[in-house]
Design a protein around this ligand. Structure first.
Ligand SMILES: C[S@@+](CC[C@H](N)C(=O)[O-])C[C@H]1O[C@@H](n2cnc3c(N)ncnc32)[C@H](O)[C@@H]1O
Length: 226
C-alpha cells in the first residue's frame, strides 16, 4: 500500500496532512522503506502521523515524535517513541540527538513559527545522517504575520532559504560567498507549495573534466588504465 492509500484508509489515530504533500513524501521517502533508519517528526498532535510513518517505513524503522504538549506522551507504542519538549530549545534537541540520533529523516510539522523552524533546522540539519532528508512543511505560514511571517520579512524561513541557493553554489563564487554547512552538507534543495526538502550529501568530486569514453575512468579517478 502506498502512503496515500494508507492515509485514505486510516481508521486509527487522527492524521492531519495536506493532500498535496503525499506525492512529495512518496518522491523523497519511498527509497527509505524497510531499512534500519531513525525518523523524527516534530509535532505529534493526535499521534496518527507517527503511526502512519511506522506502517510506511516498516518494522526496522525507529519512529520518534516530539511535541511541546505533554498529552502526546500517551502516543508512545512499540516502535514509536515520544519526547516532550520545545523544538526551539537546543538543550532539548541535544538530548534527543544523544538518545536517538543521528536521524535519517526529520520532518518539521511542529509550531510552524518562523523562529522555531529556523532554530530546529540550524541545530538538527547538520546532525542528520549522511544522505539523510530534512523536510519542513506548512511553510505557507512564512507569509502569515501570526507565525512570524510576511512576504518581505527577511527572517521567514522562505526568505532565509533563498540565501541557501547561493550557499549551494559557493564553491564557484570566486570567494564572493563563504562556503558553509549548506555548501558542504547538501546535495539538493527541492521547493514545493508549502514544503522544502533538503537532501544531505557530500560532493567530493567537484570537477568538470573533458573526457572521451576511452579515458573517462582514468581522468575522473586519476587511475592509470594502461
Ligand atoms: C500540526 S500539529 C502536528 C500534526 C501531526 N504531525 C499530524 O500530521 O497529524 C502541530 C503540533 O506541534 C506541536 N507544537 C507546537 N509548538 C511546538 C514547539 N515549540 N515544540 C514542539 N512541538 C510544538 C503542537 O502541540 C501540535 O501537536
Amino acid at each position: 500500500m502506498n502512503l496515500w492509500q494508507d492515509f485514505l484508509t486510516n481508521d486509527d489515530r487522527l492524521i492531519h496532512k495536506w493532500t498535496h504533500y503525499f506525492p512529495i513524501y512518496e518522491k523523497h521517502l519511498t527509497e527509505w522503506r524497510n531499512k534500519t533508519i531513525t525518523v523524527l517528526e516534530i509535532g505529534v498532535s493526535k499521534g496518527g502521523s507517527l503511526q502512519m510513518w511506522k506502517r510506511f517505513f516498516g518494522p526496522l524503522a525507529t519512529i520518534v515524535g516530539i511535541d511541546i504538549n505533554s498529552d502526546c506522551q500517551a502516543f508512545e507504542e512499540d516502535g514509536i517513541h515520544v519526547r516532550i519538549g520545545d523544538q526551539s530549545d537546543p538543550d532539548f534537541l541535544s538530548r534527543l540527538v544523544e538518545e536517538f540520533g543521528p536521524f535519517d529523516i526529520v520532518l518539521d510539522d511542529g509550531s510552524h513559527q518562523m523562529e522555531h523552524i529556523r532554530k530546529s533546522f540550524e541545530y538538527l540539519y547538520p546532525k542528520v545522517s549522511k544522505n539523510g532528508i530534512y523536510i519542513i512543511e506548512d511553510l505557507h505560514t512564512a507569509y502569515w504575520p501570526e507565525y512570524g511571517g510576511g512576504k518581505d520579512n527577511p527572517s521567514t524561513f522562505i526568505n532565509i532559504s533563498k540565501q541557501f541557493i547561493d550557499d549551494l553554489n559557493a564553491d564557484h563564487s570566486r570567494g564572493a560567498i563563504e562556503p558553509n554547512f549548506i555548501t558542504r552538507f547538501t546535495f539538493s534543495i527541492s521547493y514545493y507549495d508549502s514544503v522544502i526538502v533538503f537532501q544531505r550529501g557530500n560532493i567530493p568530486l567537484k570537477k568538470a573534466p573533458q573526457v572521451s569514453v576511452k579515458n573517462l575512468a582514468s581522468r575522473l579517478l586519476s587511475v592509470d588504465m594502461r
